[in-house]
Design a protein around this ligand. Structure first.
Ligand SMILES: CC(C)[C@H](C(=O)O)[C@@H](O)C(=O)O
Ligand code: SF4
Length: 473
């Protein structure tokens, strides 16, 4: 009889491979994982305060980068931050990182932006690494083949002090995205279709690998959008095996390895994809060949439908708990069952965030805005200073400004409104961000999630519109 293969020779998923390579020790069902890279933002002050209170120091400052994103103003930056509370947080990050010797991209540094945009952009995010950040959308970085997840403030302190973190091994789940995505649709449509199908709790407790032809065909930007919203399906992390798209994106970026180190890294990265025959706890298939541009109607990202749909009727739901929660959602959203989505009017448009604030997103929105005029106030907020500069070099800022859109400085902005970019109660937005929870963009504000093309189409028509049929709208 042939002896069984040792554990490390069994076919493994990419998730298992990265996990196994980072185990330091195990205790009571938990694993101490080595952390390769750590991202810090202006909400990290609790962790620095706690570290100081314990008289401890940052163990590996070279393995972190920091930047303000949540609290930075998107206008009038050269006058500083007028609100003292926000200013103190942004200044606090400057002081904490200077003391620890951590690289910091300040508000006037062109590299500043949303952490989840800047990590990949700088090549700080790489395949095969464990990357953490005190922010739920850290799953974004999984698009480059990293095992990346959000952590809480006390865990941020632990990582600062030890460069390691205690974790329970997540269950693995594969989401196969099959079919050919219709022309003009992108990562946002895919992830909204996935969450619409599996629900906001569909991946709870799992680390998800997105696979299949529709994922392989996506650009790096589109993949980042998909992985960004893993957390909105309840996943602990979401990742995509690295391939030539990943390597081409990474080559030459400031933190990417160079010369012989690049060659060695590439050989390692090519060994990461899931082995044939590897087992996942769960597998789900989502076919995207026939989807139309997707948007949400309710207060959960799972409330997603194609633009040719109608507001659903909760009365038709069998489960009383869901019936009640969806009825409440419609009440909050001020919508009636049966209303065609394309007849819903909007008051505000937000194009930006770590979901859709990348150059490809701005190009897609500009293609719709070009030669048209915004009917409602629309904000365009690049995900980083470098993306803003690139967009300006391509003349996209002129396209937006001529169409009556506002062209702002980089940050989280109206995705969460922590910097004051909010809208008032009862207002309705078309937003390229990732969360449509009650109050997300201001108390009583109503958020509809969609792609940049769809948000721009809403801006120029004043209602939700299939951007592919704009000439008939
Ligand atoms: C403020 C921050 C910690 C929060 C997060 O964890 O995601 C924010 O980025 C969000 O998107 O809600
Ligand atoms: S852009 Fe939005 S989702 Fe992303 S980190 Fe900022 S607040 Fe969170």
């Amino acid at each position: 009889m042939t002896p069984p293969l040792p554990a490390t020779r069994q076919p493994r998923t990419i998730i298992d491979k990265i996990w196994d390579a980072h185990v330091i020790t195990e205790q009571n069902g938990e694993t101490l994982l080595y952390v390769d890279r750590h991202l810090l933002h202006d909400g990290s002050f609790h962790a620095f305060d706690a570290l100081k209170a314990e008289g401890r120091k940052v163990a590996r400052p070279a393995q972190a980068i920091a930047m303000p994103d949540h609290y930075v103003p998107t206008t009038g930056r050269r006058f500083g931050i007028p609100v003292a509370d926000y200013r103190n947080l942004v200044d606090g990050l400057v002081a904490n990182t200077a003391e620890a010797g951590i690289t910091h991209f300040g508000m006037d540094d062109p590299r500043q932006g949303i952490v989840h945009i800047v990590g990949p952009e700088q090549g700080f995010t790489q395949p095969g690494i464990v990357l953490v950040c005190g922010d739920s959308h850290t799953s974004t970085h999984g698009a480059m083949g990293a095992f990346a997840f959000g952590i809480g403030a006390s865990e941020v302190k632990h990582v600062l002090a030890t460069q390691s973190i205690w974790q329970r091994r997540p269950k693995t789940m594969r989401i196969d995205v099959t079919g050919t995505l219709p022309q003009g649709l992108g990562g946002k449509d895919i992830i909204l279709a996935i969450i619409g199908q599996i629900t906001a709790a569909g991946a709870s407790g799992h680390a998800v690998e997105y696979a299949g032809p529709a994922i392989r065909a996506l650009s790096m930007e589109g993949r980042l959008t998909v992985c960004n919203m893993s957390i909105e399906a309840g996943a602990r992390a979401g990742l995509i095996a690295p391939d030539d798209t990943t390597f081409e994106y990474l080559a030459g970026r400031p933190y990417a390895p160079k010369g012989k180190y690049w060659d060695a890294a590439l050989a390692h990265w090519r060994s990461l994809p899931t082995d044939d025959g590897a087992q996942y706890a769960r597998t789900v298939t989502v076919d995207v060949s026939n989807i139309a541009p997707m948007l949400t109607w309710g207060t959960s990202p799972e409330d997603a439908l194609p633009i040719d749909g109608r507001v659903p009727d909760p009365a038709t739901l069998d489960d009383p708990v869901r019936r009640e929660s969806k009825t409440k959602a419609l009440e909050y959203m001020g919508l009636k069952p049966g209303t065609p989505l394309s007849e819903i009017e909007v008051d505000r448009v937000f194009i930006g965030s770590c979901t859709n604030g990348r150059i490809e997103d701005l190009r897609a929105a500009a293609a719709v805005a070009r030669g048209r005029k915004a009917k409602v106030p629309a904000l365009v907020v690049a995900g980083s200073g470098l993306i803003k500069a690139q967009a300006e070099a391509e003349g996209l800022d002129r396209v937006f400004i001529e169409a009556g859109f506002e062209w702002r400085e980089p940050g989280c902005s109206m995705c969460v409104g922590m910097n004051g970019d909010t809208m008032s109660a009862g207002m309705r937005s078309a937003s390229t961000s990732n969360r449509n929870f009650e109050g997300r963009q201001g108390k009583g504000a109503r958020t509809h999630l969609m792609s940049p093309s769809m948000a721009a189409a809403a801006a120029v028509t004043g209602h939700f519109t299939d951007f592919r049929r704009l000439d008939q709208a």
